[in-house]
Design a protein around this ligand. Structure first.
Ligand code: NAP
Length: 234
């Protein structure tokens, strides 16, 4: 049985990805940072394993991979957002966003690659954002970090293609998760109005694409930046 590791799988999009991959036949490692109960109950439900690691901590990520065993599909989903004017964004804010969203992907991919390269096969999916493509006012740090993942996807797709490893990126639009819980109803209504499909996305909308990109069927798909945004980015 192949193993998939989903970072930030205790809640939201990551949890839906873990469920979809388990339904697709993977043994799933449910990574989390602090939501232990949620992660453990999910892992129990899908027959996987919950492992705590802050993705921004390289040693913790390496230890997680040692505990997880060989990983065939990696979903770099863990991420944090911040809404602030750029002029109010401190260097510490900037570093915090990049530490989780960008360094986290670096740490996870570095740890996953030795096995994938040895096997000459593997699937890597990075979770960016529609803001990484288009940029969001008052989310410069977040937008920049998500744009970095797009560059990383394209570069790694070229570098790892000869090793049989695919690297793709999904760019969710506005998805109904805790990350958007602080948005007021007027803002959510405006975002819905700007979405051609006239609704917010669900974690399952994103997970269906992630499941496909991790499947054998997606063997000739790499280096792609794919929106799951109800047409928001069109
Ligand atoms: P969420 O509901 O806030 O969940 C975040 C998940 O990431 C949680 O499982 C959390 O674990 C985990 N996490 C956070 N920091 C971590 C760290 N340092 N190490 C390990 N895990 C960490 O977020 P979401 O909406 O599902 O977002 C998931 C991804 O999609 C993010 O990368 C986000 O940027 C991206 N995205 C979201 C949207 C949206 O509208 N929701 C749109 C575009 C892109 P704990 O619970 O243990 O803290």
């Amino acid at each position: 049985m192949k193993t998939a590791l989903v970072s930030g799988a205790s809640r939201g999009i990551g949890r839906a990805c873990a469920c979809a991959l388990a339904a697709g036949g993977f043994r799933v490692i449910v990574n989390y940072r602090q939501s232990r109960k949620d992660a453990e109950s999910l892992a129990g439900r899908i027959g996987g394993e919950a492992i705590c690691a802050d993705v921004s901590d390289r040693e913790a990520v390496d230890e997680m991979f040692t505990a997880a065993g060989d990983v065939d599909a990696l979903v770099c989903n863990a991420g944090i957002a911040m809404q602030k004017l750029f002029t109010d964004t401190t260097y510490e804010d900037w570093r915090k966003i990049f530490a989780v969203n960008v360094d986290g992907a670096y740490n996870l991919i570095k740890a996953a690659l030795p096995h994938m390269i040895h096997e000459k096969r593997g699937r890597i999916v990075l979770v960016s954002s529609v803001w990484g493509v288009h940029g969001a006012s008052c989310e410069a740090a977040y937008s920049a970090s998500k744009a970095a993942l797009i560059g990383l996807t394209k570069a790694l797709a070229k570098e790892l293609g000869p090793s049989g490893i695919t690297v793709n990126c999904v760019c969710p639009g506005v998805i109904d998760t805790d990350m958007n819980a602080a948005l007021d109803s007027d803002t959510l209504a405006a975002l819905t109005e700007d979405t051609p499909l006239c609704r917010l996305g669900t974690p399952e909308d994103v997970a269906a694409l992630v499941r496909y990109l991790c499947s054998d069927e997606a063997g000739f798909v790499t280096g792609q930046i794919i929106g799951v945004d109800g047409g928001f980015g069109v």
